[in-house]
Every structure is written in C-alpha cells, then in structure tokens.
Design a protein around this ligand. Structure first.
Ligand code: FES
Ligand code: FES
Length: 150
C-alpha cells in the first residue's frame, strides 16, 4: 500500500508516495538518487547507511521512511563542503571507501556536539561505524585533525 509523505533532504523538500514499510535508505537511494548513502548489512549493525535526522545520526536502513516525520534529513551529499571530506583524503582514511559516507556523517555529528574531541571520545562516538578495510587509525586521525588534533 502506498502512502504519501513529504521529506526534506539536504534542505530540499520532496513529495513522495512510498509503500508502508519502505526504509529511508531505499527512498534516498532508489527514489531520490542520493546513492552516497550506502547499504551493507541492512540490519542496523554496520553504520554504512548513517544519515542525520535533525542533526542526530540515524541508521537509514532500519528507519522507516514514514517514521521520519518532519525531521530534516542530511545525507553525505549535504556534507560536500564539510572539512571532514578533505581531512579523510589528506589522512588517507579510506581504502575501498564503502564505509566512508557513514563515517563522515557520524563524525560530523560528533564535531557539531564536541568540536575538540579526544581520541577516546572519537573512538566512542564512532563505535557504530564499521570499516571492513580496517582504516580505523586513519579515520580517527582525520577526525582528530578537524577537531584540533588532540
Ligand atoms: S546498512 Fe544500515 S547499519 Fe548496516
Ligand atoms: S574503507 Fe573499506 S570498509 Fe572502510
């Protein structure tokens, strides 16, 4: 059954019809063409699909699109100008890159709440974002470099 909804993504408003039970990740990728958000586990375990809902990280693979309500969605496409993007390149914080959008989205929320996190705070905040390539050290370094390098 289709139900209509309105979704604000990266500041743009969209009117959509989506089946009840459809995930936010599917709508972002398949209906809106915002394929920067990745889907890996589809079960809420890996963090690849992380987006922000009113600035708070959320796993879009297990978020029903109709449950988003009036909250603004920010995807990696909305963070193009964020200094984390350059920092990840500079610190070589990726290998295959599949986890990178989710890593940057989560890190952006951390830095918004805590602009100068310690390494321990970074590790804690990023614990839900897995990297199968094991680039954790450089990911932490990239985040720390934006947050003042502590
Ligand atoms: S794809 Fe959503 S948590 Fe893994
Ligand atoms: S860079 Fe490959 S999964 Fe993280």
């Amino acid at each position: 059954m289709l139900e209509s909804l309105e979704l604000t993504v990266n500041g743009d408003r969209h009117a959509l019809d989506a089946p009840v039970g459809r995930s936010l990740a599917e709508v972002l990728r398949d209906d809106l063409g915002l394929t920067g958000t990745k889907i890996a586990c589809y079960e809420g375990h890996c963090g690849a699909c992380t987006v922000l809902l009113d600035g708070v990280p959320a796993l879009s693979c297990i978020t029903l699109v109709h449950a988003v309500g009036g909250r603004g969605v920010t995807t990696i496409e909305g963070l193009r100008e964020h200094p984390l993007v350059d920092a990840f390149v500079r610190e070589d914080a990726l290998q295959c890159g599949f986890c990178t959008p989710g890593q940057i989205v989560s890190a952006s929320a951390l830095l918004a709440a805590n602009p100068r996190p310690t390494r321990e705070e970074i590790g804690h905040a990023m614990a839900g974002n897995l990297c199968r390539c094991g680039a954790y050290r450089n990911i932490e370094a990239a985040i720390a470099s934006v947050g003042g390098g502590r």
